[in-house]
Design a protein around this ligand. Structure first.
Ligand code: ADP
Ligand code: MG
Length: 686
């Protein structure tokens, strides 16, 4: 239960003065639904104003506060152009006040012949002086414009002044909280208390110390949660699974392990031989051969008499893993089964029975394999593939439910910059596959304007008439799955007209699992020449004969996503090509992304750049789920502060593992403040 002291900050925004249904709707657009959201909606800068008696050329380009007398109004004849109000200063200079809309309101607040305090940016327009959309106050009435005003991110209909008032109201409700930061650290860094720091940064957006303290709070909560997770996993004794090598020896592989594969398999087997659970993150770029590593880990579990489960993020991927594993394992007597949302009735029953009586060795599936009432006889190892949809919250949830934790191996193809590894996977040990299987030729990437779509289609035609296969990816359209599917459908129709109905397949997120699989199967077998798809093929799909990837609307994808997509080709020994088709208008970020894709195939480099271009929240697609994204901390903060926060949190847990003392209690409040409620459940009692 959240401590009472936090109730005022977790109250709905409606408790703030002046927030009715109207304002609350506007706030919702900014994702501000609770007082805490308003508290952490920080100003991005401040405008400085100069108070002067009269206008002068030296003031052009500055924000000024002036007392003026309006003397004439000119409205545009059509009613659509701007309204101008001419006003004079005490020295007789004329300044025109321009309003592009809302002249009704402006007119009322600027009565002719009366003095008004005007503030805004003084600009030259030809030989006139003007202020566009000035703020107006009546002398002696209401608050005068401030010399310095913090500037907030806004939405239409919400003024900056209003936002400032809301922040002030939220601060008024914020309690003083006990300090969770270690005293000597706070002293060394000259950090003020939490509430003081918040108040300070709303007043002085540039205040570096206040900002850094607030960033540290988030990072500390994150590190503490991860350590609690690690601790709770380690606390559970588990069965060591050293393996015997018996099954592995029977395995017939068409190739040798790469050095990197051999090394990480060694690390994993080493962990599994221990009696505390393995918690290991396996990083390896797309195509680096993680599946085989997972297979060797699972075999060790089975040799030791346990079962293994492999969790995939999508049904397509689950089926593909199932097929691969079955092919390799059937002959050596290892029994593999699949369970997804699709298995129902009899087949499902028989899988459940096989798991319970131990006749199934490996279960492959989607989240169904952990969430539902699936009882294993002896689950020893859980492998989670493509974990970027398996974030800290899900891991906390799994840990808070599990009675005995199996060994856990999490695999990701999203190259994660070092700075993020600590905040996203701080509780895990990390293995990296930093070497590709031999014989791969790097994918050649080209960026092409959409005006040349016709040439691209011709190119696809030549490619498939030479026996090649190709992917054609269509982007998200306005984030709606439906229009998404429609765009892909449209493209498939065009290609079918051109190349024949039977050569072109289509998959999108709207299709039912079996239909999707049927199409994928026909593509994998070579029956279909082109697979038109939405991003459902982003993760994991493996058809080595497909050596051409076309991505439409490439500027709309993130770098990590483009890298994943491109990783679908270049899997065989033949030369592969990736054509990134871009729209006619490009933002600077879009241009930079595409240029980088053309320049490098190095996933880690792409990830670092992605982080730089977009910030940490988006890189792993976590912004949507909102979980690991920090509100204040930047990647630079994380780099500088995460190691400190980690050792600070570790020290605290070493001294007070139950978080029962005064600082421990404060740290609990910090966890709740940053909504790590599940982590609190993992604190050791007594
Ligand atoms: P990912 O790491 O992206 O999951 P996969 O496990 O799907 O990669 O492997 C990509 C391809 O490389 C597969 O076709 C796989 O059979 C092949 N492969 C894996 N390991 C090796 C190896 N040591 N030598 C040659 N090919 C390999
Ligand atoms: Mg994979």
């Amino acid at each position: 239960m959240r401590p009472e002291i936090l109730n005022p900050v977790f109250a709905e925004v409606e408790v703030l003065k002046g927030v009715g249904p109207q304002v609350s709707k506007l706030l919702k657009r900014l994702d501000l639904t609770r007082v805490i959201d308003v508290l952490y909606h920080l100003p991005t800068g401040a405008i400085e104003r100069i108070q002067v008696p009269a206008a002068s050329p030296a003031l052009l380009g500055h924000n000024v506060i002036l007392e003026l007398t309006p003397y004439q109004t000119r409205e545009s004849r059509s009613g659509r152009g701007p309204m101008r109000v001419f006003a004079s200063d005490p020295e007789g200079n004329t300044i025109s006040l321009i309003y592009f809309n809302n002249p009704g309101w402006a007119k009322r607040s600027l009565p002719m012949g009366e003095n008004r305090i005007i503030s805004g940016k003084l600009e030259a327009y030809g030989d006139e002086w003007q202020i566009i959309h000035p703020e107006v106050a009546e002398p002696g009435k209401g608050p005068a414009p401030a010399l310095r005003e913090p500037v907030y991110p806004l939405t239409e209909g919400l003024t900056n002044r209003r936002m400032g008032e809301l922040a002030a109201a939220a601060l008024e409700r914020a309690p003083e909280l006990p300090e969770w930061i270690e005293q000597s650290l706070a002293a060394r860094e000259c950090w003020s208390a939490w509430r003081t720091s918040l108040a300070l940064i709303h007043r002085e957006p540039g205040s570096a110390d206040a900002r850094k303290r607030l960033a540290y709070d988030e990072i500390f909560a994150n590190q503490l949660a991860l350590l609690l997770l690690r601790q709770s996993q380690r606390r559970h004794r588990t069965v060591p699974l050293p393996g015997t090598g018996e099954l592995t020896a029977k395995l017939r592989l068409p190739y040798q392990l790469t050095g990197a594969q051999r090394r990480v398999v060694g690390e994993i087997h080493g962990d599994m031989a221990q009696s505390s659970s393995m918690l290991r993150l396996l990083q390896g770029d797309v195509g680096s051969g993680k599946t085989l590593v997972a297979l060797l880990a699972m075999l060790a579990a089975i040799e030791s008499g346990a079962q293994a489960a492999l969790l995939a993020p999508t049904e397509i991927l689950a089926r593909q893993h199932f097929a691969t594993l079955q092919k390799q394992l059937d002959s050596i007597g290892v029994r593999v089964a699949i369970l997804t949302g699709r298995e129902k009735g009899r087949p499902r029953e028989s899988v459940l029975m096989g798991l319970a009586d131990g006749s199934i060795d490996i279960l492959v599936g989607t989240h169904a394999i952990f969430q539902e009432k699936v009882a294993y006889k002896n689950l020893g190892l859980a492998v989670i593939d493509e974990q970027h949809r398996f974030g800290v919250s899900q891991r906390l949830l799994l840990a808070s439910k599990a009675e005995r934790t199996p060994h856990l191996l999490v695999m990701t193809a999203t190259p994660i910059p070092r700075t993020l590894t600590l905040t996203q996977y701080g509780e895990m040990d990390v293995s990296r596959i930093d070497e590709m299987p031999p014989g791969r030729t790097p994918v050649e990437t080209r960026v092409i304007s959409e005006e040349r779509l016709g040439e691209v289609i011709d190119g696809v035609g030549r490619h498939i008439s030479n026996g090649g296969q190709a992917y054609w990816v269509c982007p998200l359209v306005e984030e709606s799955e439906k229009s998404d599917a429609a765009a892909a459908g449209e493209r498939a129709r065009l290609l079918r007209q051109r190349f024949g109905e039977e050569k072109i397949g289509l998959v999108h997120g709207r299709m039912k699992g079996p239909d999707k699989d049927a199409v994928m199967g026909r593509f994998a077998s070579g029956e279909l020449a082109v697979l038109v798809a939405t991003t459902v093929i982003e993760v994991g799909v493996d058809v080595p004969n497909s050596t051409l990837m076309v991505v439409e609307g490439a500027e709309r994808f993130g770098l990590a996503q483009l890298h994943q997509l491109r990783g679908r080709v270049g899997r065989g020994t033949g030369k592969s090509t990736c054509l990134l088709i871009r729209g006619q208008t490009l933002t600077d970020v879009g241009r930079a992304r595409l240029a980088l894709m053309r320049e490098t195939n190095d996933g880690f480099r792409i990830a670092e750049e992605d982080l730089r271009l977009r910030g940490p929240g988006e890189i792993l697609g976590t912004r949507q789920s909102g979980e690991e994204a920090f509100r204040v901390a930047t990647p630079e903060d994380v780099e500088a502060l995460a190691p400190i926060a980690q050792s600070d949190a570790q020290l605290l847990l070493d001294r007070d593992g139950g978080l029962a003392g005064p600082r421990g209690q404060a740290a609990r409040i910090c966890l709740y403040l940053f909504e790590r409620d599940q982590a609190v459940g993992l604190i050791r009692s007594g």
